[in-house]
Design a binder for this molecule. Sequence first.
Ligand SMILES: [Ca+2]
Ligand SMILES: [Ca+2]
Ligand SMILES: [Ca+2]
Length: 196
Amino acid sequence: MTLADGDWSQWLKISFDIKSVDNSTNEIRFMIAEKSITGIGDGEHWVYSITPDSSWKTIEIPFSSFRRRLDYQPPGQDMSGTLDLDNLDSIHFMYANSKSGKFVVDNIKLIGITSEPSPSPTPSIKYGDLNNDSAVNSTDLSMLKRYLLRSLRFDSPEQEERFMKAADLNRDGKVDSTDYTIFRRYLLRAIKEIPI
Ligand SMILES: [Ca+2]
Ligand SMILES: [Ca+2]
Ligand SMILES: [Ca+2]
């Protein structure tokens, strides 16, 4: 089957339904041919093996699973060793190993990139790193002290939110003197890990 649109680069897989109608279970190669670089014939051949049986099977083949055909390549092939999805000529079903049989194919379709919603990035919080410089040390402890003494100003609501998370060392939803005590003991190595 010659392709009207030989650019499949936006697709990830090809899928179709296939079944054998003569009870043969001979290997079929599904082949994709690239366009010829000489303009004569077709180009590099790519194959994927299927063994249909007498019930309908849906075959879904990622393009990355196609292998370069080894028994034959046409003169017009580009020898690139890559399946050039943007430059396709045709698709073929053929029996392998000089076998024959009868089969039917239905519902050929291309499958694209599934647009899964990208998980909203949760900014990673390092507990105890209150000034967001990646280190957890006495600078952060004195920042917490200033917060508890109400002498700490935040530049932005985001910064405040971040601080409140990173400073809640016992994860009870508030930042208070308990967190300060935990932090001090952590820096004195009396506590091994924060949060507790
Ligand atoms: Ca190629
Ligand atoms: Ca810090
Ligand atoms: Ca707390």
